[in-house]
Design a protein. Structure first.
Length: 186
């Protein structure tokens, strides 16, 4: 995670970088938390230079679920691609890559909670007039080894791990951004 933060700082520390703040809502599903419906607010703070931006972001994914407490902290690099060169306030598609860490507690089996998860992700979306964004994020994380473990008897002495591999997540994000410069980005 530290190397990713270093990349964000190195890429966005050019002389003409402008501050950027994004906030909004996200919701979706994570296969490492099969019974959780992750919904919550997100905020990102970073720098923007031209069509590129880097940010540090935070999401509280347990907004609608009092039984869990999932916090997600990450870094992201984003590039916007122009769809209309002659428009005064151009709409654009964007692509994003990032890394994040989920912390807190959420249920992965009958009596087993998870507390941490590292994730890498790619995202794509549509930027409307440099202010509104709607995007879809696809994440990959190491599958929790206790996912699928169940105790179905009296006095289960040991729960054996039942799964390995990768777990996917998909999140729909809706954001409002402020602080981007008014000069043309491309």
């Amino acid at each position: 995670m530290r190397w990713a933060l270093g990349v964000v700082v190195a890429v966005t520390s050019v002389a003409h970088a402008d501050p950027l703040v994004r906030f909004g809502m996200t919701f979706g599903a994570d296969r490492n938390a099969p019974e959780a419906h992750e919904v919550g607010p997100l905020i990102g703070v970073g720098l923007s230079s031209g069509r590129f931006s880097g940010e540090v972001n935070y999401t509280y994914l347990s907004f609608m679920d009092p039984e869990t407490a999932i916090h997600r902290v990450g870094v992201a690099l984003r590039a916007s691609f122009v769809r209309c060169d002659y428009c005064t306030d151009p709409d654009a598609f964007y692509a994003e890559v990032g890394a994040a860490r989920r912390m807190g507690h959420w249920r992965v089996a009958d009596d087993i909670d998870a507390t941490e998860q590292n994730e890498v992700y790619v995202a794509g979306g549509y930027e409307l007039g440099r202010t509104w964004q709607i995007g879809l994020r696809f994440g990959l994380a190491q599958r929790d080894p206790m996912l699928g473990v169940a105790c179905r008897g009296v006095g289960c002495p040991v729960a054996m791990p039942a799964s390995s591999g990768l777990a996917e997540s998909v999140m729909l994000e809706w954001m409002f951004q402020i602080g981007r410069s008014s000069h043309p980005m491309w």
